[in-house]
Design a binder for this molecule. Structure first.
Ligand code: ATP
Ligand code: MG
Length: 359
């Protein structure tokens, strides 16, 4: 779609852009960090949910076919937790060319060293054991992510805490673009950027638990880290993984610690009975309750939460055509929005040589 308008188009509802990389199945960290907010906010916001399959190539380029499988799995994960494709556009990054084109422009607006200093990138290089062998494309994904967000002129980005530094880069790039090409003053506040610039300055929306720990006690549950309870795990698998949670406690009569203990972070997140949790924590600290009982109760709570998710998953897995239809429709809507942004950006830069139609 193209637009001949030279001013920023007013959007009926504020917009959300967020998404996940298809590097495996989603886990409980995704739910508390971002998915829960997506489901809650999809009525209020015009929502675009990206499947970042270009970014998945940064660490698995030789496994592009597996990434394709994970892409379809991600749609099923999203729909099974309650994302409604009638309200929200679910789309594939590689099928929205305006994002790749905008990445070129934003790559010129962020200093190389600024990208490389990004703490999330540094942590990922370490935790994924990339050493100094990562591809040129790996740090490039940080620039790609700027384009993901700004291509939709998003107002809000529901993410886990680890993504906040990435979002800061997007905020800087949006300001720089608006200053350079839209005459927005260098001291302008966010409201002025939204009014005069092509790009509003996106705000992060961190979930109720900013960063869910791994079952191994690592600071982050991650789908590439092998320490996750998956949304697609069976009741038995959940029970097994809960039993394996690393608490650092030697015996059931040791006074247990609460802070930094994944067992209690998970209870806080998934046990709906706050009084019960407070009571169990007190017993745990006093050394009068064993890990086993607390883990068993936790597994029950997680399984109660996952039961309706499992039922929806069974129906979705039986209907692959529906999954493809959701993707096709969402990608079409995403292309309409992103093409419009690209055209506005090109107009602002004087790069609007020929309007185009995307089919
Ligand atoms: P990978 O290990 O491949 O990087 P991931 O588990 O980190 O995968 P992403 O696709 O990178 O998942 O992240 C998708 C979204 O989920 C991001 O907003 C991220 O902040 C959020 N998220 C991921 N893991 C957690 C977690 N443990 N706690 C809170 N939010 C999380
Ligand atoms: Mg990640």
């Amino acid at each position: 779609m193209t637009s001949d308008s030279s001013t920023s188009l007013s959007q009926a509802r504020p917009r959300i852009l967020t998404g996940d990389t298809p590097t495996g199945r989603l886990h409980l960290g995704h739910w508390v960090g971002s998915l829960e907010n997506r489901v809650r906010l999809q009525d209020e916001y015009e929502s675009f949910f990206i499947i970042a399959n270009h970014h998945a190539l940064t660490t698995r380029v030789e496994k592009s076919r597996e990434i394709r499988e994970d892409t379809l799995g991600l749609v099923i994960d999203w729909l099974s937790v309650g994302i409604d494709p009638k309200k929200s556009a679910i789309f594939i990054q590689s099928e929205v060319p305006a994002i790749a084109e905008l990445s070129w422009y934003f790559a010129m607006l962020v200093p190389f060293n600024r990208v490389m200093r990004n703490p999330t990138l540094k942590t990922e290089i370490e935790s994924k054991g990339l050493g100094d062998h990562y591809s040129f494309g790996f740090p490039m994904y940080a620039v790609g992510q700027i384009a993901d967000i700004l291509a939709f002129r998003a107002d809000l980005v529901p993410v886990g805490e680890d993504q906040v530094p990435h979002l800061e880069l997007s905020r800087e790039a949006a300001r720089r673009f608006n200053q350079l090409f839209c005459g927005v003053d260098s001291h302008a506040d966010d409201a002025e950027h939204a009014a005069k610039g092509v790009f509003p300055i996106p705000e992060p929306k961190v979930g109720r638990i900013a960063r869910l720990m791994g079952i191994d006690g690592a600071p982050k549950m991650g789908k590439s880290l092998g320490n996750a309870i998956l949304l697609s795990d069976t009741a038995k698998q959940v029970q097994k993984k809960c039993n394996k949670i690393f608490t650092g406690r030697q015996s059931a009569t040791d006074p247990g610690k609460i802070e930094g203990n994944p067992l209690w972070q998970y209870h806080d997140a998934f046990n709906p009975n706050a009084d019960e949790v407070a009571d169990m924590k007190a017993q745990y600290q006093a050394g009068t309750i064993g890990d086993g009982d607390c883990k068993k109760r936790l597994a029950q709570c997680i399984n109660e939460f996952l039961e309706p998710v499992r039922e929806r998953r069974i129906a979705l897995e039986a209907d692959p055509d529906h999954v493809m239809d959701v993707l096709r429709d969402g990608t079409k809507r995403a292309n309409e929005a992103a093409e419009e942004t690209l055209w506005l950006a090109k107009q602002a830069m004087g790069y609007d040589f020929f309007p185009r139609e995307l089919r």
